[in-house]
Design a binder for this molecule. Structure first.
Ligand code: PBG
Length: 335
C-alpha cells in the first residue's frame, strides 16, 4: 500500500509535527494503557507461598492467598484481567489435575471471583502442567518413539474448560494446539450451560524457544521429544493465518498470537485479515531477556518495556498478555 502516487513526494516536512509535546500527542496514532493488559499468574497449593522463578525475576508461583494479593494489586493498577496457570500437587498420564473439580485452578478461580468479582478471570486450558510427561496431549509411546493422540485429548481439554467455567471463569484460553479443540470446547461449554463463556484461542502458537522460562515456572517441560508436532513452525506465516481461520470457524471469540515481539508480522496480518479481537502474548523469555539486560544496566527497562508494548499495539494487538503488566501500568500512570 502506498499513500503517494509513484514519483510524487509528501508535501509537508514531518518534523513540523514533532515540535512540541502537545502536538506530538495530538498526532499520536497508537494508544497504550493498562486497560489493554492481561497479567499471567501461576498458582499452586499452600499458604503464604511465593516461590521465585529463577529466570523470571519478579514472577512467582503463588499460593491462593498470595495469588489473591497479586490479582488485587493488578486490578488496583488498572489491569482488567488475569490469566491463570496451575501447578498441581501430582501429575499423571491423564492430566487428572487439569479437570478435577477441586483442582488448583478451579479453587483459585472460585477464590478470585468471590473476593474480586470485578476482575476478569481467564484460565489457560492445557494439559502439559498436569501430565507426568509434560506434553499438551495424551501420548502413545511405541518402540520407535511416541505420538500425540489428538482426538482423545479433545475430550479432556473440553472437560477442563467446563470445570473452569463451573468454578466461575469468565473466559477460557486453550493453549494446547490440538486440532479441533475450539469446536470441542465450544460444544461442551454449550452443552453444560455455558453458551456465554467466550473462548480466547491461542490460534497462532509457534513452537518457540521463547517459552523456556515458562516451562520452569509451570514445571511443564516435556520429558521427551518436543512440541513441534502440534505447535507451529516459526517459518510459516500463511499457515498461521490458516490456523487462525480454523479457530474462528470453530467458534473462537478472540484469537491470540504467541510469541509476540518475534511475531509482529503475524499480529499485523491476523488483525488485518480477520478483524477479530486479537491478543499478543509477550512470553516468558521476552520478559527474561529484558530483565537480564536491565539487571546489567545495559538497557532502560521501563523505556524498553513500554516501547515493546506500544509496538505490539501498533502491529494490531488489541490485548497484550505480559508478565510486566503491573510495572507497565504503573509507568503509564506516572506518564
Ligand atoms: C501451555 C503454555 C505454554 C505457554 C503458555 N501456555 C508453554 C508451552 O507451550 O510450552 C508459554 C508462555 C510463556 O512462555 O510465557 N501449553
Amino acid at each position: 500500500m502506498s499513500f503517494y502516487p509513484a514519483g510524487s513526494f509528501p508535501a509537508h516536512r514531518p518534523r513540523r509535527l514533532r515540535q512540541s509535546p502537545r502536538l506530538r500527542q495530538l498526532v499520536r496514532e497508537t494508544s497504550l494503557n493498562a486497560g489493554q493488559l492481561v497479567l499471567p499468574l501461576f498458582v499452586r497449593s499452600g499458604r503464604k507461598l511465593r516461590r521465585p522463578i529463577a529466570a523470571m525475576p519478579g514472577v512467582y508461583q503463588l499460593s491462593p492467598d498470595e495469588l489473591l494479593h497479586e490479582a488485587g494489586r493488578a486490578l488496583e493498577a488498572g489491569i482488567p484481567a488475569v490469566l491463570l496457570f496451575g501447578i498441581p500437587e501430582r501429575k499423571d498420564a491423564r492430566a487428572s489435575g487439569a479437570y478435577a473439580a477441586r483442582g488448583i485452578v478451579q479453587q483459585a478461580v472460585r477464590l478470585l471471583k468471590r473476593e474480586l468479582p470485578e476482575l476478569l478471570v481467564i484460565t489457560d486450558v492445557c494439559l502439559c502442567e498436569y501430565m507426568a510427561h509434560g506434553h499438551c496431549g495424551l501420548v502413545q509411546r511405541h518402540k520407535s518413539g511416541a505420538r500425540i493422540l489428538n482426538d482423545p485429548t479433545l475430550k479432556l481439554l473440553a472437560r477442563t474448560a467446563v470445570s473452569h467455567a463451573e468454578a466461575g471463569a469468565d473466559m477460557v484460553a486453550p493453549s494446547d494446539m490440538m486440532d479441533g479443540r475450539v469446536r470441542a470446547l465450544r460444544a461442551e461449554l454449550d452443552r453444560h450451560g455455558f453458551p456465554d463463556t467466550p473462548i480466547m484461542a491461542y490460534a497462532a502458537k509457534f513452537a518457540s524457544a521463547f517459552y523456556g522460562p515458562f516451562r520452569e515456572a509451570a514445571e511443564s517441560a516435556p520429558k521427551f521429544g518436543d512440541r513441534r508436532s502440534y505447535q507451529m513452525d516459526p517459518a510459516n506465516a500463511s499457515e498461521a493465518l490458516r490456523e487462525v481461520a480454523l479457530d474462528i470457524q470453530e467458534g473462537a471469540d478472540l484469537v491470540m498470537v504467541k510469541p509476540a515481539l518475534s511475531c509482529l508480522d503475524i499480529v499485523y496480518r491476523v488483525k488485518t485479515a480477520f478483524g477479530y479481537p486479537t491478543a499478543a502474548y509477550a512470553v516468558s523469555a521476552e520478559y527474561s531477556m529484558v530483565k537480564a539486560a536491565a539487571a546489567q544496566g545495559w538497557i532502560d527497562e521501563r523505556a524498553v518495556v513500554l516501547e515493546s508494548l506500544l509496538a505490539l499495539r501498533r502491529a494490531g494487538a488489541d490485548i497484550i498478555i505480559t508478565y510486566a503488566a503491573v510495572d507497565a501500568a504503573r509507568w503509564l500512570k506516572e506518564g
